[in-house]
Design a binder for this molecule. Structure first.
Ligand code: HEC
Ligand code: HEC
Length: 371
């Protein structure tokens, strides 16, 4: 529901927002690709979808009145073409109902190029009653594609199919040499297309994605506050796609660019494991994932759990604290980000190369912290 205050503006804004809403809500059935379970979430007609979206942009209650999508059987995808990302696979034409999005802060993937899309079932909203933990409607799909030098390597999918806490399908599809189809790789695949890029096994997706109840890590309030392209927090709210409105100014991570860059980096690269829901908890109780209530740096959970905080589990030789203000070389976070190929490496999976730009960001931030 769009708050009353913003309704007066919606006449002017409706056109733009309706476009986003229509696109986000529309259902795209890939060419011959509709899996049987898609029937459960198929709308009556595309026209109705667009109308509902326009209503939503005007703050009307079309989406409120919609019947929530029903659970459907766990998908049995074997090929990417079954998931509905493409309207035409031969020409790699992405279905217009799959909306490209870009998180503000990105996960380092050894320099691979990534594209991401989301598709919400028509007439639904994202449950944002807990602004830090969005829960997506049943039938929501998100994809992430990895490529290197123009060669498609793998495309991953997260799809919610039921009401249960584990009713999420996650898997990676590895592209064939002809770039005409991508096949599910349940056990992952090493060194795809002769590169050093690996697709994780299905069982390993949760190592990171369990870090949030809704399994989605990059389409969130903090990540969309300053999204460089695609939908952002305010456009989603204006289009009526969030159950609870976000703060007007979004949720910037820190007052200055150096702080925002550092906290954002830790949020996107480390926070999914290092938070109370994450897989490093409770043995290592270190918070690297910011929450929307973190408005002041010194009072934030991240700052309080790292700056001048002694190491809990790891033994780092001369290094005894997670972050030593003014001393990057005395900080465990820097040491572990600099490690690869051994037990000290952080993140412990999905990367083989040090992210030198990310490391610089963290080093500079720590250098500037007052002792
Ligand atoms: C090392 C941690 C990690 C692993 C392992 C991992 N992911 Fe992710 N994934 C992330 C993070 C962090 C993001 C958001 C930031 C970004 O996209 O740059 C993300 C984003 C995504 C997205 C876009 C939607 C979203 O959550 O923002 C999809 C789809 C996705 N991952 C699927 C998968 C699948 C499927 C697997 C297993 C085959 C997997 N991921 C394994 C960390 C991981
Ligand atoms: C896939 C999950 C995962 C990700 C992602 C991850 N970590 Fe960790 N981290 C762990 C686990 C598990 C431990 C505890 C075991 C250990 O010390 O190796 C740990 C421990 C640590 C410790 C030691 C803390 C202490 O007090 O003993 C530091 C420092 C650390 N991680 C930093 C990072 C940084 C920085 C990032 C991001 C660049 C990151 N981690 C990403 C899982 C993860």
């Amino acid at each position: 529901m769009v708050p009353a205050a913003s309704r007066s503006r919606t006449a002017r804004q409706a056109a733009g927002h309706a476009a986003i809403a229509a696109a986000l809500l529309a259902l795209g059935c890939g060419a011959g690709a509709a899996a049987p379970h898609d029937a459960a979430v198929t709308p009556d007609a595309p026209v109705a979808v667009v109308d509902a979206a326009a209503d939503a942009a005007d703050g009307a209650t079309a989406a409120d009145a919609a019947v929530p999508p029903a659970p459907y059987p766990r998908p049995g995808y074997q090929h990417l073409s079954e998931t509905g990302l493409y309207s035409e696979l031969a020409s790699l034409e992405v279905d217009p109902s799959a909306i490209p999005f870009e998180p503000t802060y990105k996960l380092w993937s050894d320099g691979a190029t990534k594209r991401r899309w989301i598709r919400l079932p028509p007439g639904t909203k994202i449950d944002t009653s807990d602004m830090d933990h969005w829960v997506f409607p049943i039938g929501t799909k998100l994809w992430k594609e990895f490529s290197l030098n123009g060669v498609l390597l793998e495309t991953r999918l997260v799809e919610r199919y039921g009401t249960g806490p584990d009713d999420y399908w996650l898997g990676a599809f590895v592209w064939n040499a002809d770039q005409t189809e991508a096949d599910l790789a349940p056990d992952g695949q090493q060194n795809i297309a002769g590169t050093m890029h690996d697709a994780p096994a299905q069982k390993d997706c949760g190592e990171c994605h369990r870090g949030d109840v809704g399994r989605v890590l990059g389409f969130s309030a903090i990540q969309l506050s300053a999204a460089p392209t695609g939908p952002n927090l305010q456009s989603l709210a204006a289009a009526g796609l969030l159950s609870n409105p976000p703060a007007a100014g979004g949720y910037p991570l820190g007052a200055d660019p150096a702080t925002a860059a550092a906290l954002g980096y830790l949020h996107a690269n480390c926070g999914h494991c290092h938070n109370p829901n994450g897989t490093s908890w409770p043995d290592t109780q270190m918070v690297l994932r910011s929450v929307v209530a973190d408005t002041g740096l010194d009072t934030s959970a991240v700052y309080r759990s790292i700056v001048n905080v002694p190491l809990q589990y790891w033994r780092g030789g001369a290094i005894t604290v997670r972050v030593a203000p003014g001393q990057p070389d005395g900080s465990a976070i820097v040491a572990r980000m600099s490690a690869r190929g051994n037990d000290d490496q952080m993140p412990p999976l999905a990367t083989e190369l040090v992210d030198s730009t990310g490391l610089d960001t963290i080093r500079q931030w720590i250098s500037g912290l007052p002792p």
